[in-house]
Design a protein around this ligand. Structure first.
Ligand code: CA
Ligand code: CA
Length: 160
């Protein structure tokens, strides 16, 4: 978080706070691409309506985290929801549910056939099964998705 504190100081006029414009610039500088409207919303939610109004480092950090890439731990937690038998491993059936939920989010009803899911699973297994036990743990899948920057399972291509 040292970098974050540094960016904050660079953009802050007094070292104590940043305006929405400064917050936007600072977050862009940290290689994130924040929608300006979300920064506006964040300031508004904290009752800062004056364009010159500032937020503290603590709030800035909170704002930044909204745009930060999730950590392996975050994603692992998220994947645990899909580990329905709670064995710490993502089975073919469970992966299917992840894929289905990701599709249904977009309101598209896709019939995921067994072959498609198995292709994806086999591909991920080949690359993500770190301890080579033939099973995919939540942690292995999370690590794989983050390493490959696949944060949307829709973008997985079984043909790759
Ligand atoms: Ca499981
Ligand atoms: Ca494994």
């Amino acid at each position: 978080m040292g970098d974050l504190r540094e960016e904050f100081s660079i953009f802050s006029d007094d070292g104590e706070g940043v305006t929405r414009q400064q917050a936007y610039s600072a977050i862009c500088q940290l290689n994130k691409n924040p929608p300006a409207v979300e920064i506006d919303n964040f300031f508004n939610e904290h009752d800062i309506t004056d364009p010159e109004g500032t937020i503290t480092f603590e709030l800035f950090e909170e704002l930044y985290n909204q745009f930060a890439t999730p950590t392996v731990e975050d994603l692992e937690q998220a994947l645990k929801v899909f580990d329905t038998d709670d064995d710490g491993q993502i089975s073919v059936d469970e992966l299917k549910n992840i894929l289905k939920s990701s599709h249904s989010v977009r309101g598209i009803d896709v019939d995921l056939n067994e072959e498609y899911v198995e292709k994806i699973l086999n591909r991920i297994l080949g690359e993500a099964d770190e301890n080579e036990d033939g099973l995919l743990s939540c942690k292995e899948l999370a690590t794989y998705l983050i390493t490959n920057q696949v944060l949307d399972v829709d973008t997985l291509d079984p043909e790759c």
